[in-house]
Design a protein around this ligand. Structure first.
Ligand code: SF4
Length: 435
């Protein structure tokens, strides 16, 4: 039914940009730029009451772009740490937090999530983390049940450091593992062999009461069925709370892309082999009691609320802190380049509606009335018709007044989200659309 799989939320977002006739990638990037003072003017006022903003939860995203070494596949906003002065970088983060905390918009309502992403935030020493946490506690009103996440690789987070971070308030650890296969780890450029990665994971699990999540990549070059089955078994047996699972994306310019282009690494992937690996992993974990939180996230019920992504997909405020941090604040999209350099663009009403719909479609539940609440009855009817059409090939099954994605539906989830949005937008604008 679909020619090409949209592998991520970003792919779907770019397709939505095209659909709306906008420059590709404008939603989170630079579009109709405004001066930073346009934001600070809004931040000088108290935040709107939740019933007006439509969203109660808000978060802070702290970006640490440094990594000890770069993985072959990675296309994230990161750079090799080399001789970076991390004391200075932690100091800059602390100053940014203090500066944001001076505004009434920030000070006068609680924050529900703090997310340290990267790069690898755990390149910071305990002392550097202490400086940042001191700034957070002094200047930001954190909710009592604030979710505080730190992303990490394994080699710079041992059990002792993890326990210290937990004492600082970190209650959610997200560990990039990608695979436990020795062969796969070598292709992906990961530190450690599979056995050591497994032992380190068990040691972290024993040390931590908080939420422990890992990342897994499937469909890497020549991944065997045994390799994906082994990764699934370890996710089930190791006591982790959730797993983000992604089909490998070969990012342009990455070491892996160069190796494939040079013929040093063989990479042949068709949709069927990708789908098979996705469904083996998905079905094994759901059989063990994991449930779908969003298209690329399976969780043990009650063990991972993942508030950060709920805020992200729900269009809530996300304060961007650090070089390379993107966020959304008081109706503006913001991208921080370096100290004092930020790109700012107003989000606009259309963005708010469609981006939020796309965000809701990431959770795998299709409730037409809820989805179309901003667009009216014509859009609701169009979503119902599209959901019925998509249940034909087995992507959706009826669930109460709505529909739920099947395993194949999860695999094609971003394509399906775009089709449903196209139908809703077409109905709103009085046009008929076709898949
Ligand atoms: S995958 Fe993680 S550790 Fe590897 S280069 Fe990317 S951000 Fe750094």
């Amino acid at each position: 039914m679909f020619d090409e799989r949209l592998r991520s939320h970003h792919d779907a977002e770019h397709t939505l940009d095209t659909l709306l006739g906008r420059p590709k990638g404008h939603l989170n990037r630079v579009f109709n730029m405004k001066p930073w003072t346009a934001v600070t003017k809004k931040l000088s006022l108290p935040p709107p009451p939740p019933e007006k903003s439509g969203n109660t939860d808000r978060g802070i995203y702290i970006h640490v772009p440094h990594c000890d070494k770069l993985c072959s596949f990675c296309g994230l906003n990161r750079k090799e740490r080399k001789n970076t002065d991390l004391d200075a970088y932690a100091g800059y983060i602390a100053e940014e937090i203090k500066a944001f905390g001076a505004f009434p918009y920030i000070r006068e309502a609680p924050f529900n999530s703090v997310y340290f992403g990267g790069g690898t935030p755990t390149v910071f020493t305990v002392g550097q983390f202490a400086l940042v946490f001191d700034a957070l506690r002094r200047h930001i009103p954190l909710a009592d049940d604030c979710e505080i996440t730190v992303e990490s690789t394994q080699h710079n987070l041992d059990a002792e450091k993890a326990r210290t971070l937990a004492e600082f308030g970190v209650n959610r650890f997200s560990i990039g593992i990608q695979t436990f296969s020795d062969r796969g780890r070598k292709i992906l450029g990961r530190t450690y062999g599979g056995e050591k990665a497994y032992d380190e994971l068990l040691s972290l699990r024993a040390a931590l009461d908080g939420t422990l999540c890992i990342d897994i990549i499937y469909s890497y070059p020549d991944q065997s069925i045994e390799e994906i089955e082994q990764d699934a078994e370890i996710c089930v047996s190791s006591g982790i709370d959730s797993v983000s699972f992604y089909s490998l994306m070969v990012n342009k310019g990455s070491a892996l892309a160069r190796s494939i282009e040079a013929g040093e690494t063989r990479f042949v992937r068709d949709i069927e082999s990708d789908r098979e690996r996705h469904n083996i992993f998905y079905n094994r974990l759901t059989a063990a009691g994991f449930t779908l939180l969003e298209l690329s996230k399976l969780v043990r019920p009650g063990r991972d609320a993942y508030k950060y992504i709920q805020i992200q997909y729900g269009n809530g405020d996300l304060v961007p802190v650090g070089s390379g941090a993107g966020g959304r604040l008081a109706g503006f999209g913001i991208y921080s380049m370096s100290p004092g350099r930020r790109f700012v663009s107003p989000l606009g009403a259309e963005y708010a509606i469609y981006y939020r719909m796309l965000g809701e479609l990431q959770f795998g539940l299709y409730d037409p009335a809820r989805l179309a609440r901003f667009l009216g009855p014509a859009a609701e009817q169009a979503i119902v018709e599209k959901a019925r059409e998509l249940s034909g090939p087995g992507f959706l099954v009826q669930d109460g007044s709505g529909w739920r994605l099947t395993p194949d539906g999860v695999f094609w989830g971003n394509n399906i989200a775009v089709e449903v949005l196209k139908a809703a937008i077409g109905a709103k604008k009085g046009k008929k659309t076709h898949a």
